[in-house]
Design a binder for this molecule. Structure first.
Ligand code: SF4
Ligand code: SF4
Length: 385
């Protein structure tokens, strides 16, 4: 616990905070040992293994940096997340207003089981059934686990809030990120010291990136988890200047590239395609399930930090703010190029259809007067993919 600014001998307040953390983690294990952590279907086994936890104060200045960047701008800061979640539990008027320093954000990463990973590693074109089942189970398991932890804290007199269960929480389309929401587990996980992002946007933690995240905000002062990294992509071999890109080769949808990173539109289209396949061909008891995750399996960052990272990431001296700015710029350029290509393609198709239109009109002599105006108006619509 030393070397990253954490004192060698914790103060009594820090010791109390660490004791809370230990109790929370114990409660999580108790929950995950129960039948509620079932993967379901024909498999009588648990959906997830025991999690790792990360903690950060709501007063950590990194929240401001992260929330001022890209998709982060859509997210609630921790204090807002706490208040919005609490609004469902007690009237705002009754709530003693907390300071940022009073609040701790707690994030956990639930690892996929070895059984799921063994199947998923063999998968090539579509995800393994166990992966689909754990994907399907994760909303329920994570929802119940966070609620279990919140109720546990409340029973001990500690106010806690689950941002995702707030009445005002919503997910919505984002021009650059497909879908985003009022609260991001992954951004919270980055701030709470759990890990950094990889080329495919998954969070690479010390247990790898084959996991599912959950989080809550509580009125407790738990010592923060040391962030053993300098920038948001430190745990990815590609961004560390090493040769990798295994996730690019694993992606069946062409949604990953070394130059452009993660194309969320292609990825989402593939997830929808898998969902349609499940709906059509089964397993029928998980209709509505979808997923992929091939980029999270059979890759060097699957079950831990990839071998070959620089020895001491902190010595690289790159500040998070610089990384965020540079990467945002690179992403903007990559997306602008991709969009330009799509627009050019759409224009080419539209022009092709317009050229064919007069021939079609000849076959419909009954409406000669209306066709020029109609052709101009409807052509772009039919050309839209
Ligand atoms: S497989 Fe390699 S390039 Fe892809 S996220 Fe993992 S470390 Fe980065
Ligand atoms: S989830 Fe699947 S489609 Fe999306 S980037 Fe990963 S491998 Fe590609």
């Amino acid at each position: 616990m030393s070397g990253f600014g954490f004192p060698k001998t914790p103060t009594p307040q820090e010791t109390a905070g660490l004791a809370w953390a230990a109790r929370l983690e114990e409660e999580a294990r108790r929950f995950l040992d129960s039948p509620r952590n079932a993967i379901g279907g024909r498999f009588s086994e648990k959906a997830f293994d025991y999690p790792i936890f990360g903690y950060a104060s709501a007063a950590d200045p990194l929240w401001t940096q992260v929330l001022n960047h890209g998709a982060g701008m859509a997210h609630w800061p921790p204090l807002t997340a706490f208040l919005e979640g609490r609004a469902k539990i007690e009237p705002r008027a009754k709530l003693a207003w907390p300071s940022h320093a009073d609040l701790t954000v707690v994030v956990f990463a639930l690892p996929q089981t070895e059984a799921t990973m063994a199947d998923q590693r063999r998968a090539k074109a579509e995800p393994a059934e166990r992966w689909l089942r754990s994907r399907f189970a994760h909303d329920r398991v994570i929802g119940e686990l966070t609620e279990h932890l919140r109720v546990f804290l409340e029973s001990q007199g500690v106010e806690a809030s689950v941002p995702e269960s707030a009445r005002t929480w919503k997910s919505f389309p984002h021009p650059d990120f497909q879908i985003t929401s009022m609260w991001s587990h992954r951004h919270a996980a980055f701030v709470t010291g759990l890990g950094t992002f990889g080329l495919s946007d998954g969070l690479i933690t010390k247990i790898g990136k084959a996991h599912r995240l959950g989080s809550l905000v509580c009125r407790l002062r738990i010592p923060p988890t040391p962030r053993a990294y300098a920038g948001p992509y430190d745990h990815c071999l590609h961004f560390a200047g090493r040769k990798c890109g295994v996730c690019v080769r694993r992606c069946p949808a062409g949604a990953l590239s070394l130059e452009g990173g993660h194309d969320k539109t292609l990825c989402q289209n593939y997830l929808n395609f898998v969902g349609a396949q499940v709906h059509k061909y089964g397993p029928f008891d998980i209709r509505g399930a979808y997923g992929c995750g091939l980029c999270q399996s059979a890759v060097p960052c699957e079950r831990g930090l990839p071998a070959g990272l620089p020895e001491d990431l902190r010595q690289r001296g790159v500040r998070t703010a610089d990384w965020l700015a540079v990467h945002a710029e690179l992403q903007r350029e990559a997306w602008a190029t991709a969009r330009q290509k799509e627009d050019d393609e759409a224009r080419r198709k539209a022009a092709g259809k317009r050229r064919k239109k007069p021939a079609a009109d000849k076959k419909a002599p009954a409406k000669p007067a209306a066709s020029p105006a109609k052709t101009t108006k409807t052509a772009p619509k039919t050309a839209t993919p």
